[in-house]
Structures are given as C-alpha cells and as structure tokens.
Design a binder for this molecule. Structure first.
Ligand code: NAP
Length: 245
C-alpha cells in the first residue's frame, strides 16, 4: 500500500509513518523541514516497509501539486493522511488577523489543497482513503483556541460534507479527532493536559481506526466522550464550565 502523510516531520505524523512502515507499507512523508523528514526516514530504515521523503509546503498550491505528482509517478496513493497543522496558544489581547490567516492557511486551506490534489485520481480509479486530521478542539469552542479550534471545526464539517458523495464515488473519507498527544505542538501548552498520550499510541489508534469502518477515529475515549457530552449541554451551562478552563 502507498501512504502519503502530509505533516510527518514530527509528532503524530512521524509516528504514523513509522507505524505504516513497520506494517510493510511504502510511506511518502511530507512537510517543510527536509532535515527532520530525513531523520524520520533514517530511523525507519530497519522497518519492513519504506519511507520516502517528498518536501511540501501546504500553504503553497504549486508545492502541493508537485509533491502529489511526484508520489503518483511512483504509484497510486492508497491512503492520504492530511495531518499538517499549526497551533499557537493565544490570549484575546494578542489576536490578530495574521494569526487567523496563518492558522487557517495551514490547518484548513492546507488540507483543502492536499485534498483537491489527491481527489481527481482517487475518483477516476474509485479507490483510496483520505484521512482528515482535525481535533477534539473542533467539537465546540474552547478558550484561547479561537483560530485553531475554528479551523478544526471547519475540517470536521468539511469531512462530514464530503463523506457521502466521496463514498458514492468510491473514495473513503475519514475524520481523525485526537485528544491531547505529546508533540512539539502541545509542548507549547503551559497548562496541564488531561489524558495526554504519546505520539506512538496516537499513531496506533489512527492506523487501527483507518482499518476499521468507523467514519470518525477519536481517542482517547476517556477524554473524547466527555467532550462529546459537553457539546450537548445548553449554552448557559456550557459557557459557565468553559469559563473555568
Ligand atoms: N498533539 C495534539 O494534542 C493534537 C491534538 C489534536 C489534533 N492534532 C493535530 O494533529 C496534527 C499533527 O500535530 P502534532 O501534534 O503531531 O504536531 P507537530 O509535531 O507540530 O506536527 C505538525 C506537522 O505539520 C507540519 N506542517 C506545519 N506547517 C506546514 C506547512 N506549511 N506545510 C507542510 N507541513 C507543515 C510540520 O512540519 P514542518 O514544520 O516541518 O513543515 C509537522 O510535520 C495537526 O494537524 C494537529 O492540529 C494534534
């Protein structure tokens, strides 16, 4: 199987690349930091599968199209994991248009660029899986995550919207909603992160989830199920609770 992971130079993406390589698959790993990608590929040399580095900047459509063309010239993409993400914890006073633009350009438009690049071939062959990596922070608005959370909420809506039509066209769209996972992204948080898990565990949950038939892969359930309940509360109660976070 050929797997493309966009956003695989660290954290969840790098761990997922190694998990797929240990299962014997060929994994194309992409991000901006070629040095870090090469390090991930070197760490995976002893594994049964193969890791190949294809640099990409998901904020640049030409870069995304070139990366996808390069991968497709080696074989069709069976699984595309759209995982590149950007997060800066930010207070109300520091909110700027630039912060929203930077966040949306990677988290939302970056995913859309990758999606639109892989979809035509997958549709033409009625084959392939696209995994959109969102977050539980997209379930409902949480303090200090106005840009990040809303970009992830848009991804959840995007995946829900695409799934029925894509399924009819033979393309399997999935939604990944992790809780807290230890990575360079969460290392920026100064608060205690409940039920945080290691990137390797997240990678296992994602790979196993994508082999199942479930549309949404969310974990760890001891955290995500509470958040799903939280979003069902009336706003009066919901906002009183989130104010304390
Ligand atoms: N960690 C968590 O608790 C958590 C929870 C829920 C969801 N998520 C989501 O999971 C995904 C992976 O996050 P992570 O925690 O593993 O963080 P991470 O280690 O910081 O990984 C982010 C990845 O995105 C890549 N990336 C960022 N900007 C890019 C760009 N313009 N073009 C191409 N690649 C770009 C980074 O590589 P370069 O910088 O080298 O380009 C890196 O490989 C993100 O979408 C994140 O929102 C994480």
């Amino acid at each position: 199987m050929n797997v493309w992971i966009a956003g695989a130079s660290s954290g969840i993406g790098a761990a997922l690349a190694k998990r797929y390589a240990s299962d014997g698959h060929t994994v194309f790993i992409s991000a901006r930091s070629v040095d870090k990608l090469n390090a991930v590929a070197t760490e995976a040399e002893a594994l049964t599968g193969e890791i190949k580095v294809v640099a990409v900047d998901v904020t640049d459509n030409a870069s995304v199209l070139a990366a996808v063309a390069e991968i497709q010239s080696a074989g069709r993409i069976d699984v595309a994991v759209l995982n590149a993400g950007y997060y800066e914890p930010i207070e109300l006073d520091a909110l700027t248009l630039e912060h929203f633009q930077n966040t949306y350009d990677v988290n939302l438009h970056g995913v859309i660029r990758c999606l639109l690049a892989v979809l035509p071939n997958m549709r033409a062959e009625s084959h392939g899986q696209i995994a959109i990596v969102s977050s539980v922070s997209g379930y409902s608005g949480l303090p200090r995550a106005a840009a990040y959370g809303s970009s992830k909420a848009a991804l959840i809506n995007l995946a829900e919207s695409l799934q029925p039509e894509c399924q009819a066209a033979g393309v399997d769209v999935r939604l990944i909603n992790p809780g807290f996972v230890k990575s360079p992204l969460t290392d920026k948080n100064s608060f205690e992160m409940p039920f945080i898990i290691e990137a390797d565990e997240a990678a296992d949950r994602i790979a196993n989830g994508l082999e199942s038939k479930r549309f949404e892969v969310h974990f760890p359930k001891r955290f995500t199920l509470w958040l799903k309940l939280l979003k069902l509360l009336p706003y009066g109660l919901y906002l009183r609770l989130t104010k304390r976070l």
